[in-house]
Write a protein that binds this ligand. Structure first.
Ligand SMILES: [Zn+2]
Length: 445
């Protein structure tokens, strides 16, 4: 069996890849111009027409597309707005973003072809990390309106795996199912994979010893590529952890970690163009530097996504950084966070992911929270820690170490480090929110 799901697409030369991308870009732009009022109106206003696409560099003539524009179009003509290029009657799936309170969710539609493509992209990633027909895969996923692992479920069927969906099950039931059905691979968020392991410990189960799980496929949070989190999960489960990332706007994943685990995720470049652009500007950013990802997708005819600004923080590195033979470039450390997650504290940039990677180096930490407050005129930042049961005597050394490591990683910025009572911090199954900003909001908008 090939190590690639699509050997031709995943290993074609960079020249062939660029030619294919240009072809697909033209086709997608022609389609969007003819069928999506949203794109036609915006492009006309910006003086762009698909006929201007002579080379791949002409991509830069297309105006960026933002979530705000999409949301405005949706609000103007609810429920789906003017973006869809196909009438609603032809759709077979309707999904929404998970939508935190007060924020209107983004609504997406898919036709049969789109849905087939969505599972195909997941198949690239799941197969690439080593899933094979003999695998028994458990999904710790709610199967609700959030698109999440839906496509991965269908990809497993495509590959020929035995699939266990556990929407609505308790964590204990999921752990029990893993043992009872000989599950060999689990799909969940990194946070929830930790939660399942903790629940198993409380049930007297050692997942590394007692379960057959050898692969964890994680998605939904940047933590899947944080080395400390990965190490902790790998030793807890006795399994390899593979990172993937997608978004509701795309409906599926656009990057995945291959089984060589090169410390980054391959971009599926025969189906996406991923540009790295300076955040808030339009200058292309070279390999190795922090950038915002801007995505163009070729797979979803219903809602054409062309030069969409994601606000995801990434560092692109060339395909030669991985020895697996794929010719898709990589994002070093996966999605490294979101540009709008960055907090300015007393003149220093703080990224929640960077804090998490330091905190997770300490094996005694169970859960944590980053707390921003204002005392008088001064901003304060504190990390509140909950220890694993029975690890209380680790605290004094841990406190000293965290104070030192956090300050060193942030230009000397002094963090408070506090101990919380057991089970007082919030737990998450999906999209963990560990940063709480209690500073007066007005000045930060
Ligand atoms: Zn690779």
């Amino acid at each position: 069996m090939s190590q690639y799901w699509n050997p031709k697409g995943e290993t074609m030369s960079r020249d062939d890849l660029r030619a294919l991308q240009l072809l697909k870009l033209r086709r997608m732009c022609d389609w969007a111009y003819a069928r999506s009022p949203f794109h036609r109106r915006r492009w006309a206003a910006a003086g762009f027409h698909p006929d201007l696409l002579k080379t791949l560099d002409d991509l830069r003539r297309i105006p960026f597309m933002t979530r705000e524009e999409w949301m405005a179009a949706q609000a103007e003509a609810p429920p789906f707005g003017s973006l869809p290029a196909v009438p609603q009657e032809a759709a077979i799936r309707y999904h929404m973003t998970s939508g935190t309170t007060g924020r209107t969710p983004l609504r997406v539609l898919d036709g049969t072809k789109d849905w087939e493509w969505i599972s195909e992209m997941w198949a690239y990633g799941l197969w690439g990390f080593g899933l094979r027909p003999a695998d028994v895969v458990l999904f710790a996923f709610s199967y609700g309106t959030f698109i999440g692992f839906w496509g991965a479920h269908y990809a497993c069927e495509k590959i020929g795996c035995l699939v266990l969906s556990t929407g609505g099950a308790t964590t204990e039931t999921r752990v029990r199912s893993i043992l009872d059905t000989g599950v060999t691979a689990v799909c969940s968020t990194p946070t929830y994979a930790l939660r399942m392991w903790q629940a198993a410990c409380e049930m007297g189960i050692d997942l590394a010893r007692d379960s057959a799980v050898r692969k964890l496929i994680v998605s939904g949070e940047p933590a899947g590529s944080i080395p400390a989190v990965k190490r902790q999960l790998e030793s807890a489960w006795g399994a390899k952890v593979g990172d993937t990332a997608g978004m509701t706007e795309i409906g599926t994943i656009m990057i995945f970690e291959c089984d060589r685990q090169p410390g980054g995720t391959h971009i599926i470049e025969d189906h996406f163009i991923e540009e790295t652009i300076e955040h808030g500007g339009d200058r292309p950013v070279p390999y190795g530097e922090k950038a915002e990802r801007v995505v163009t997708s070729f797979g979803r005819g219903f809602i054409p996504l062309i030069r969409y600004r994601t606000s995801d923080l990434v560092v692109k590195i060339p395909y030669s950084s991985c020895a697996c033979g794929r010719t898709g470039d990589l994002y070093q450390g996966g999605i490294q966070g979101r540009w709008d997650d960055m907090k300015l504290v007393r003149g220093t940039n703080v990224y929640p992911r960077a804090v998490e990677s330091i905190v997770r180096e300490c094996a005694a930490v169970d859960e944590f929270q980053i707390l921003l407050t204002r005392e008088g005129v001064q901003d304060e930042i504190a990390v509140v820690i909950e220890l694993k049961p029975g690890r209380e005597d680790h605290w004094p050394a841990l406190e000293t170490r965290l104070l030192k490591d956090l300050a060193e990683a942030h230009e000397g910025l002094r963090f408070g480090v506090r101990l919380a009572e057991a089970n007082t911090l919030p737990r998450f199954e999906l999209k963990a929110k560990r940063l709480v900003d209690r500073r007066p909001a007005a000045e930060y908008h």
